[in-house]
Ligand binder design. Structure first.
Ligand code: ADP
Ligand code: MG
Length: 239
């Protein structure tokens, strides 16, 4: 089961440029949150701050009960999937998926159990001795997901993980993500610029624009009762 996340008055600047303005969000343990907004709205920056890959300029980030501002990425119980998958090209699927577990001293039989389970869930069992270059785009994406789920982290962070897949694969992958979430109950934070993806994956959607939160609500309410003109236009609400 995942843990809660609280963002309190979070700001992010690069030099004189403010890219996140005043972010306040309370995320429940085990919730599936989608950060939705156009390119440049600050989604990746926000996710990377939660991951510990960007510093926080102002404000406080709580991961569970823990004030996490000063924890480096390796001290946070997170798993992350990137848009480009970031697989190690010289390692097989099995090695990619188990590398971090072995480095963290997880016992060999436990590594094997987690590997077998993740490969089975993602339909990769037959491919574990292949290298990334010997896989299709969809298989690479599944490998990146497998590598993240074996960590059994409290927090599962995904930055546009499906955007390099074709439409059919993307629809299948969304269903799989929901299944994975229902099995592991981690706290999911999912970044996308795709409105339909947000609608199908989120318990709640955070709409971002120019580093500002426009709305935080259920897909139903974001669609039917958009809080402002930007949200209505971006979601394509009726009326
Ligand atoms: P999104 O993921 O929504 O497309 P980003 O979080 O990547 O948006 O970027 C938000 C804003 O921050 C953009 O204007 C981007 O140019 C700026 N930005 C991101 N990273 C850096 C950086 N390392 N230095 C300066 N500006 C950055
Ligand atoms: Mg981004």
């Amino acid at each position: 089961m995942g843990k809660s996340i609280q963002l309190k008055n979070i700001k992010k600047s690069y030099g004189p440029v403010t890219v996140l303005k005043n972010i306040n969000i309370d995320i429940e343990a085990g919730e599936r949150i989608v950060l939705l907004g156009p390119s440049g709205s600050g989604k990746s920056t926000l996710l990377r701050m939660i991951a510990g890959l960007e510093t926080i300029t102002e404000g406080d980030l709580y991961l569970g009960d823990l004030l996490a501002n000063d924890l480096v990425s390796g001290q946070r119980d997170i798993a992350m999937v990137f848009q480009n998958y970031a697989l190690y090209p010289h390692m097989t699927i099995e090695e990619n998926v188990t590398f971090a577990l072995k480095a963290n001293g997880v016992p060999a039989d436990e590594v094997k159990n987690r590997l077998d389970e993740a490969l089975s869930i993602l339909g990769l069992s037959e491919l574990k001795n292949r290298y990334p270059r010997e896989l299709s785009g969809g298989q690479r994406q599944r490998t990146a997901l497998a590598r993240a789920i074996v960590k059994k982290s409290d927090f599962f962070l995904l930055d546009e993980p499906l955007s390099n897949l074709d439409v059919v694969l993307r629809l299948d992958a969304r269903k799989e993500l929901v299944k994975i979430h229902e099995k592991y109950q981690q706290t999911f934070i999912y970044v996308t610029h795709d409105q339909m993806e947000a609608m199908t994956l989120a318990h709640r959607i955070v709409v971002l624009h120019n580093g500002d939160i426009q709305m935080v609500d259920t897909p139903h309410n974001v669609y039917n009762q958009p809080a402002n003109v930007f949200t209505a236009k971006f979601i394509g609400s009726p009326g």
